[in-house]
Write a protein that binds this ligand. Structure first.
Ligand code: AMP
Ligand code: ZN
Ligand code: FE
Ligand code: FE
Length: 287
């Protein structure tokens, strides 16, 4: 079975529409696909319709979710996957909207810093790179820098200018990971921490905070991910076994926006079953 529990569409910073993503998942014979756009549920409707109206007789199971941006008290960025939650639960949706709103002024500040350094780019050019109501992120700025010819690719934009340690970097409002877990679970969903030890992205969560998240009800850990080394994976696996947590593997696919290929890492069927059984309601979408 091919089970990929973390992907992005152009409802955030992926490049495929939700329909295209469903199409690709079916063509690649995935069995389970989760759509987890940053801080939003906006792609859910289109993805659901695309699956239900698909011309094939696909048995794909669609898991609706979101990758929630969080920050610890030291400003370290943490991503929390919320899966199978109730999208009408207002306290959670309000929190996502607060983050999305703050991403706009944050982007203006990053653009201003680039301009001060003589790198010409406007906020309008950044907006032109995103689909209507999508969650704005640095990848859209990267695409604008590519369009201007400042850099050749998203990868190069991040490596040269946009990475978390860059002097142009500014963070945006985000809930604490504790709040994110609480909200996901109040909404009946399952909380899986995404790529927790991906150290090349910047500073990562401390083991002390990891312990607090486990006490707060964290359901699982994304272990198999392109941004983890073998050593990081074995450390996370040990932690998961010690605390009886679900272990996932996933691609973090972003279309052409990243090298990550759909289902390049996958989740074991028994782990997926354990995950699904933790949701309050049976929300998986299938034909
Ligand atoms: P933001 O949400 O604005 O802080 O931007 C972070 C997002 O940028 C991540 O979730 C990734 O999707 C993307 N990203 C981070 N590093 C890279 C990279 N090297 N190449 C392409 N995309 C990246
Ligand atoms: Zn992303
Ligand atoms: Fe992430
Ligand atoms: Fe992601």
């Amino acid at each position: 079975m091919l089970i990929d529990l973390h992907t992005h569409s152009n409802a955030s910073d992926g490049t495929d529409t939700p329909s295209e993503l469903i199409d690709k998942a079916i063509n690649k014979h995935l069995d389970v696909l989760a759509l987890t756009d940053h801080d939003t549920t906006r792609g859910w409707n289109e993805a659901t319709k695309a699956l239900l109206n698909h011309p094939s007789n696909s048995s794909l199971q669609l898991v609706l979710g979101s990758e929630i941006s969080c920050q610890d008290e030291n400003g370290i960025s943490i991503h929390m996957l919320g899966l199978l939650f109730d999208p009408t639960y207002e306290p959670l949706i309000n929190e996502l909207e607060k983050t999305r709103e703050n991403r706009l002024s944050r982007m203006e500040k990053i653009v201003a810093r680039l301009n001060e350094a003589g790198i010409e780019i406007t906020i309008e050019e950044v907006y032109a790179q995103k689909q209507g109501d999508a969650t704005l992120g640095r990848p859209h700025l990267a695409d604008a820098l590519v369009a201007r010819g400042h850099v050749a690719s998203r990868e190069e934009a991040f490596a040269a200018l946009l990475h978390n340690g860059s002097k142009y970097y500014i963070n945006h409002y985000s809930p604490s990971p504790m709040d994110a877990i609480r909200l996901i679970k109040e909404a009946g969903g399952v909380a899986i921490i995404a790529h927790p030890l991906a150290s090349q992205r910047g500073r990562v969560i401390s083991m002390e905070l990891f312990g607090e998240l486990i006490s707060a009800g964290l359901d699982g850990i994304e272990v198999d991910h392109r941004d983890h080394s073998d050593l990081e994976k074995s450390e996370l696996l040990r932690l998961a076994i010690e605390h009886d947590l679900i272990v996932t593997g996933s691609s973090d696919y972003h279309g052409t926006g990243k090298l990550n290929q759909l289902a390049e890492f996958t989740t074991h069927p028994a782990q997926w079953e354990a995950l699904e059984s933790r949701a309050r309601d049976r929300r998986v979408v299938s034909r």
